[in-house]
Design a protein around this ligand. Structure first.
Ligand code: SAM
Ligand code: ZN
Length: 270
């Protein structure tokens, strides 16, 4: 069985099911959870471990509640608009595959090959539980994926390694990104900080790509459980940047309303 991934040592295709091997006999075992580790231990990126267990658990619980369903729907529709038979889709920084697993279902008629990479083992463990079969620990900065082999690369709130995404995209492939806009999570920030700032407007003009489409997704959510509020906070970078006194303001809240403002951007190679 041919794997989605290529050997991180020599770049040759990997084949196999439980153990993936290249023609040079470099081999990688899928672990009992169902993902394979293709992160080179000497890579500088290996010092970064991505999201930890606490963040992963918070995000898993929060996403399960459906607050981000309109974002996922917009991404699904964008992907469907570019779907082709047997297309190869890479979710770069897939997290726990709440989006990825849904794409697999929605595109079922196209029999796509869908793979996810993330640097967080905790996230991939959840991804495997969602039924994803092609999952690898790797850095988005050095993808274990053949050049020009993907018809779609997804960059959903994950590190923007745009040159590496460009390398793995096929000439007719699309890069689909989800980025936070100015008002994203403003209500959450206002509940924590005295002087909540708007997010910077993302740069949409990126070198080597042509923008095909920009779809804004803007709505308001109201959370009526303190655990939802706490999970949303914990899954954001604000959690680690906020002192205990400010964190405690949220712990005592039972209800919170906040804006969700995302943009879904679709690019092709220039
Ligand atoms: C905000 S989360 C988004 C996850 C998922 N795309 C979602 O939206 O649910 C960012 C993800 O990027 C991963 N990540 C961070 N740095 C990474 C890197 N260098 N390579 C691969 N993944 C990375 C984190 O572990 C985390 O799962
Ligand atoms: Zn090899």
């Amino acid at each position: 069985m041919t794997s989605f991934f290529s050997c991180p040592v020599c770049g040759n295709p990997l084949t196999g099911d439980k153990t993936l091997k290249c023609e040079n006999n470099h081999s990688y075992d899928k672990n009992k959870h169902g993902y394979v580790n293709l992160l080179m231990s000497n890579a500088a990126s290996s010092k970064r471990h991505g999201d930890d267990r606490l963040m992963v658990q918070a995000r898993t619980e929060f996403l399960e509640k459906g607050y981000y369903a309109p974002v996922r729907e917009a991404l699904t529709n964008t992907l469907l608009a570019h779907a082709s038979q047997n297309m190869r889709i890479l979710d770069a920084g897939c997290g726990e595959c709440w989006y990825t697993a849904h794409f697999a279902q929605a595109l079922n008629d196209f029999a796509p090959q869908i793979a996810g990479v993330d640097i967080s083992k905790d996230a991939l463990r959840q991804g495997a539980k969602r039924g994803m079969k092609q999952l690898a620990v790797a850095s988005t900065a050095k993808l274990p994926v053949a050049s020009e082999s993907c018809q779609a690369v997804l960059n959903i709130f994950s590190p923007p390694e745009l040159a590496e995404f460009h390398r793995v995209l096929s000439p007719d492939g699309v890069l689909i990104r989800a980025l936070p806009m100015e008002n994203h999570l403003l209500g959450l920030k206002q509940a924590v900080y005295d002087n909540a700032l708007l997010n910077p407007v993302p740069v949409t003009d990126i070198s080597g790509y042509v923008l095909l489409d920009a779809t804004p997704v803007h709505y308001r959510i109201t959370m009526n459980h303190s655990s939802d509020i706490w999970n949303l906070f914990t899954m954001t970078p604000y959690y680690y940047k906020t002192g205990k006194a400010d964190q405690d303001k949220l712990r005592n809240l039972d209800t919170l309303s906040t804006e969700i403002e995302i943009i879904v951007l679709t690019y092709k190679k220039a």
